[in-house]
Write a protein that binds this ligand. Sequence first.
Ligand code: 1GP
Length: 225
Amino acid sequence: MNEWKHIFKLDPAKEISNEHLEMVCESGTDAVIVGGTDNVTLDGVMNLLMRIRRYSITCILEISTMEAIAPGFDYYFIPMVMNSKAKKWMMDMQHQAIKQYRELMNWNEIFFEGYCILNQDAKAFTHTNSFMPDDGDVTAYAYMAEHVFHLPIFYMEYSGKYGNPKLVEQVKSELESTLLFYGGGIENVSQAREIKEHADVIIVGNGIYTDIEEAIKTVKAVKEY
Ligand code: 1GP
């Protein structure tokens, strides 16, 4: 994972044709995350996993609900929403998941992510009862992710909106061992490169559904960087 630069995120609640799925899986990206906020069902997750498994790509489930945890993924990412006002999204959901599944958990496959949701209009922002942190809050969360919680990943989540590259740069300067993931509004090569200058890994989601050709180009853009 330390070598990764680019990930595509597929939403199990959205339709994708076989042709476009093949483009994603054969794009040269480092991995595919299955994850979303609304209407994530076990059927939807299993179905997408089955389709992705036709290819040799590394496949990750980002868990957003206990009802849609499927076996068979290479890795499981579990978000902890650091800027949520509700303890539920930072502690209680994870606690419940561990209480229920810890006998089955293989720690080589599981990675907790320190999530910071930075787009007030994103569904995930409202869903997790998050507040809008200022830049100082965000860098302090990144610092906490690494030094307090020892999380492998800090994820700046702008979902649906292109973020602030300057803030990405500031956050990166707080981190040494924790990887910086960035997701949100990356639709083209120049945005991909601008963010990749500071983030360890960029995640492209919505672009897959709006302009697949441009989305595919973001892979090479950051791989050659
Ligand atoms: C969403 O961070 C990802 O969880 C990617 O965001 O859909 O805006 O590309 P976009």
